[in-house]
Design a protein around this ligand. Sequence first.
Ligand SMILES: [Zn+2]
Length: 357
Amino acid sequence: MTKKVKPGVVSGDDYKAVVAKAKAGKYALPAVNVVGTNSVNAVLEAAATAKSDVIIQLSNGGAVFYAGKAYPDSFEAGVLGAVAAAQHVHLLAERYGVCVVLHTDHANRKLLPWVDGLLSEGEKWYEKTGKPLYSSHMLDLSEEPLEENIETCAKFLERMNKIDMSIEIELGVTGGEEDGVGHDVDLSAENPKLYTQPEDVLMAYNRLSPIGDFSVAASFGNVHGVYKPGNVKLRPEILKASQKMVQEEANCENNPLNLVFHGGSGSEKSKITEAVGYGVFKMNIDTDTQFAFAKAVGSYVDETPRAFKHQLDPDSGKPYKKVYDPRKFLRVAEESLCSRLQEAFSDLNSVGTSAAL
Ligand SMILES: [Zn+2]
C-alpha cells in the first residue's frame, strides 16, 4: 500500500511515507531524546533489533551537551551540537537498515534563534546533499496567544517547506517541563489548557496545511516526567474530537491530523494504544530511557564497587582496568536503554514495521 523507503534519515516525501504507513498500520514510533553518541547508537541498535523505524530527537539542552557542556558560547553550542548529532546520525542510520526521523524537541520563543540557526545549517546541507539536516523541528509556542503561535509557526514552515522539512507545533499544554522548557500550569483534570481544543486545531490546520507538512503535539492530560500513579489522567478520546472536526470541515480522510504524544514515559499501555488509534504517530520518551540508562550504570557500580575506588584491589593487588574501562559501564547502559525501547516498540505496535523492509 505504501512505498518502500530507503533506510537512513528520511525527509520530504519519504518522511511523509513513514508517517502515513504508521497511521495506516495503527502503530506509532518512539521519539527518543538523545544527548550523545551512546544514546544515539543505542536508539539505532534498538530500532534495528525491533525492525522498526524510529525518531531521534534533541532538545536544546541535549544539543548543548552534545557539543560539550563547557563550550564557551551556549548558543553556538546548541547549534553545533545539533549539527554534530545530525551528521553522526546521517552517516550511520542507513547502515542500521531502518528509517530514522531526525527531529528537535520543544523550542519556545526564547529558543527561536536556535531553530533559525539550525535552519541556516539545514539550508546549507540541503544545497550540498539535496536533503535537510533535520526531518522536522518543533516550535512550542503554546504559552502564547493562539494566533501568534500559529502565525509564527506558519512563517517558519514556509522556510522549512522549501528544504523538505516538516514542523511540529504545540496546541494546548503538556504539563511539567522537558529539559528546562515547560509551563507552570495547574495539573488538575479540570484545567482546559491541558486538553487541546478542536477549534484551535482546525485554525492551525486551515493556516498551515496549504503551506506544508505539520504535526500537532496535542494535549490530552499528558505530562512530562513520571509521577505517582493516579496523578496523571490521560484522556486520549480528546484527540478524536480534533480529528473529527478537521475531517468534517476540510472534507478529508479519517484521522487527517498527524498527532504527537508528549510525555509518553510511565503511560499505561491501554492509553497508548487508544491514542495511536486516534492518529498519534509519534510518542516522545525521555524520562524512562534516561532511567534505563542510569539504572544499568548504578547496578554495574553496585556489583563492582572496588573498581570505582581503586585501580588495583587493595587486598589482592589485582588490576581493575577491565572493569572501570568506560566502555564497560557505557555499554551496559546502552543495552539497558535498548531493552527499554523494545518495550516501547511493542507498546506502540511498531515491531517489524519499518518502511525500509
Ligand atoms: Zn514534550
